[in-house]
Design a protein around this ligand. Structure first.
Ligand code: SF4
Length: 140
């Protein structure tokens, strides 16, 4: 199992077929690929659903940010059921309420507003990663 103690695990929900689910995943990729690659790692919800030991170990040992596309909160529930103890639960709808002009549309490919909403959400996640890293999170 790799990873540093200051790493934050990001778990987007798997809301395939829903624009808000697509925003969740795109925001998570933005954080781990672009904004905080050295301090955040993504774990697919499907790995927790399947009981993957490495994934369960990671969520138990690291702070976790879940990003859910609807109130069913699949990512948050699964993270906690998998042993996560430090969970920050984010929901795409909350970011959308702060940015009501950024209405996401499209599923396979988000519209411009959806991509901007994902970026705004990714910035919120990155700020949490920074908190968890004790101010060392910013990679750039
Ligand atoms: S939280 Fe909602 S959108 Fe995401 S996987 Fe669950 S049911 Fe789908």
């Amino acid at each position: 199992m790799s990873g540093t103690c200051r790493e934050t695990v990001i778990i987007p929900c798997s809301g395939i077929g829903k624009p808000f689910g697509s925003v969740s995943r795109e925001a998570a990729y933005e954080v781990v690929d672009m904004l905080r690659p050295a301090h955040a790692r993504l774990i697919a919800l499907s790995r927790l659903v399947l009981g993957d030991d490495d994934a369960r170990d990671a969520v138990a040992r690291h702070p976790v940010v879940t990003i859910d596309g609807c109130k069913l909160a699949c990512a948050a529930k699964m993270a906690k059921a998998s042993g996560a103890r430090r969970v920050r639960e984010l929901a795409v709808i909350d970011t959308f309420r702060r940015h009501p002009k950024l209405k996401p549309e499209g599923i396979a490919e988000l519209n411009d507003a959806g991509r901007q909403l994902a970026r705004a959400l990714a910035e919120e996640v990155a700020a949490i990663v920074d908190e968890q890293a004790g101010g060392e999170g910013r990679d750039a």
